[in-house]
Design a protein around this ligand. Structure first.
Ligand SMILES: C[S@@+](CC[C@H](N)C(=O)[O-])C[C@H]1O[C@@H](n2cnc3c(N)ncnc32)[C@H](O)[C@@H]1O
Length: 421
């Protein structure tokens, strides 16, 4: 994809003709796995800190960055590591908890408390009755023995009186342990259940001790990363809606680096629900659906039935030529999917309307977005974002294709960038 006269940000000159970048993994969550606090918890649609590092390179002193779609907090954590202030927002309270835990400064006393806890864990656990979260069909997630071991571990963490920061470290290590012992696979863009092999089932018989050891290893990694502070107070995560953003100051941000959900029907609540139930952010399926309805592109549980009743506000017409035709062509196959795409981009319009009040003149914005396909209809997300940005007062709007997303030859990830006023 040609960029409108702007310098290409991610072009890899060593890649063969027609190949966007030779090092796709450098741009995805995979590059964060072993990087201290960045690796605390996996979210498949997260981008890598390398991508953010490249984008913040040109920022002038005094710049303040905003990421209105926080996810795991990659933008804000990377900014804080570089000494740049960054605020970030997400509609999902679990992700706000996680991000603030990753940004926090930990006192030596917090780190000592959790290490002492790990050393005495077998004793504390022996007196703990297991606690189980209200996850539907929980037996699909963990074998009975693993679940019992997790339930006892969780009760042991709850039993001891810790300060908030120490507890956050323990909960982060607990989440890692819970997902690594779950019968799920991450082969696709979101997670799915997988059958356990007989070897894994046999290994699980010895689970109380092996799960405890796994937890201790993950905790040690987390404590190790927590020992190095990252720019105290520079990164802050706020619970809120990117279509409103009223918790943020007006006219203050000089740069936006973000990745909104893609219009691909992936549900973040669905992906994150095991953690959310364990840590008490969700109590039942109704709450999960209600939260997904607040999320842009959310499509889980009652979010789908709400969509059948949804109608666009006339003043939020999607400002992109050809958009109405795309919606109509998808509607020839499925009314619900045409409503889904229509609402997704209407929400983007609302987001940009809220965002522009928060930017200072000359602010640069970078949106990492992905295209989609419904039936035989391509949804050129990058072009629609470009049009919405031009309509919202940005100039020099450029689109750069940065990587192929999957084995499907037509799905790509793009950076859409522009300058405000
Ligand atoms: C692609 S992910 C961001 C990933 C992030 N760049 C990272 O590296 O982890 C998109 C995020 O947007 C959030 N989101 C969806 N709708 C939102 C809304 N209305 N307001 C704020 N955040 C929203 C989702 O919860 C999800 O965490």
């Amino acid at each position: 994809m040609k960029s409108d006269g702007q310098q290409l940000l991610f072009h890899d000159s060593t890649a063969r003709a027609g190949q966007v970048t030779g090092r796709r993994e450098m741009l995805t969550f995979k590059a964060n796995r072993d990087l201290g606090r960045h690796g605390w918890l996996r979210l498949t649609p997260a981008y890598s800190r390398h991508l953010v590092q490249r984008l913040v390179k040109g920022l002038t002193p005094g710049s303040r960055v905003l990421d209105p779609f926080c996810g795991t907090g990659t933008t804000a954590l990377t900014c804080a590591e570089q000494g740049i202030p960054c605020d970030t927002v997400d509609v999902n309270p679990f992700l706000i908890w996680l991000a603030n835990a990753k940004f926090a400064t930990y006192l030596p006393s917090d780190l000592r408390a959790v290490t002492e806890f790990a050393n005495k864990l077998h004793l504390i656990e022996s007196g703990a009755a297991p606690w189980y979260p209200p996850i539907k069909d929980i037996e699909k997630w963990w074998s009975a023995a693993d679940l019992n071991a997790l339930g006892r571990l969780f009760s042991a963490i709850k039993q001891v009186e810790f300060g908030e920061q120490a507890r956050n470290l323990l909960f982060s290590a607990f989440c890692r342990t819970a997902i690594e012992t779950a019968a799920v696979s991450f082969g696709h863009q979101s997670m799915s259940f997988k059958a356990k092999t007989s070897q894994q089932i046999l290994a699980a018989c010895d689970n109380a001790a092996s799960l405890r050891n796994l937890f201790k290893r993950r905790l040690a990694e987390i404590v190790n990363a927590a020992e190095t502070p990252v720019g105290t107070g520079l990164a802050k995560a706020f619970l809120g809606d990117a279509r409103v953003l009223d918790m943020l100051p007006v006219g203050k941000y000089s740069c936006v680096i973000t990745s909104p959900p893609y219009p691909n029907r992936m549900s973040y609540v669905r992906e994150l629900r095991p953690y959310m139930y364990w840590l008490g952010f969700l109590q039942d399926g109704r709450q999960a659906g209600e939260l997904d309805w607040k999320a842009i592109g959310g499509t889980w549980g009652c979010a789908t039935s709400n969509l059948t009743r949804w109608q666009p506000e006339s003043e939020a017409d999607v400002a992109s030529d050809g958009f109405a035709t795309i919606v109509k062509r998808i509607g020839d196959h499925s009314r619900i999917l045409s409503l889904y795409v229509h609402k997704y981009f209407t929400d983007c319009m609302l987001h940009f309307r809220a965002l522009t009040h928060r930017l200072c003149d000359g602010a640069t914005v970078y949106y990492v977005v992905g295209n989609s396909r419904f039936y035989d209809v391509m949804v050129p997300t990058e072009q629609i974002y470009r049009d919405i940005m031009v309509h919202s007062g940005f100039h020099g709007v450029a689109v750069e294709n940065i990587r192929k997303r999957s084995s499907k030859k037509e799905l790509f990830e793009f950076v859409v960038s522009g300058t405000f006023r």
